[in-house]
Design a protein around this ligand. Sequence first.
Ligand code: PEP
Ligand code: MN
Length: 273
Amino acid sequence: MSSVRAVKVRDCVIGGPELVVMAGPCAIESREQILQVAEVVAACGGRFLRGGAFKVRTSPTAFQGLGWDGWKLLREAADAHGLLTVSEILDEGQIEPARRYVDFAQIGSRNMQNVPLLKALGRSRMPVMLKRGFGCTIDEWVHAAEYILREGNQDVVLCERGIRTFETATRFTLDVAAVPIAKQRLGLPVIVDPSHAAGKRDWVESLTLAGVACGADGLLVETHPEPAVALSDGPQAVELAEFPALMEKARRVAFALGRTLPSGTRLAAAAAC
Ligand code: PEP
Ligand code: MN
């Protein structure tokens, strides 16, 4: 497997021997929801709390997120449990004000070729997670990353989240080969999002383990306390109660490959003493 130049987001190293887990709901919905998720993610060794505040939904009538109030709740919940935050930034104007709330800027699949946004994040020096466009080749994804790198920002992590193929049994098709190929092409860390590829929680476990097995440097997983009433991407959300078992399986696969996945944050460990 190709070695990569690690990317640091605050005190967290992505691309080292330790796999970095980022998990949370698709969208931040309430204080109670995000605090509940943060507690479990931290206790399972997650380093990042994920959650969208500005959602790019297929339908304009679908829930669009809580906006700035959502980011405040994300920060509060992450801080309460010693986690970092990752969330999608939609436009250039959000970058500077987002810094208070977002540690790791996600560029969504639909924005992978939004060149002004790529360049602006390149100038911002904010660590960036670049999701693969679901209709884009590895080559196009690599070029999108180069727009950020050429502006001087080297803190870029790629995220394979599935591409559109003729298969309809899953929402997208997880392109596992893209992980080692993108790593070799750019020498940057690559993480896997099994949730958007699966589209249905039944397949999230298999794709999570496949992601670890193909050399992903981290995982981005959607989990929700009550997926049946989730306002966004409920069908693919792992039940929060099932999340620890999923992480335990991922930990074993990582271990088999000579990598580690922490079993609990320092805060969670301290609370247990
Ligand atoms: C998300 O992470 O919730 C999301 C919208 O992802 P993508 O951009 O990969 O569809
Ligand atoms: Mn989602």
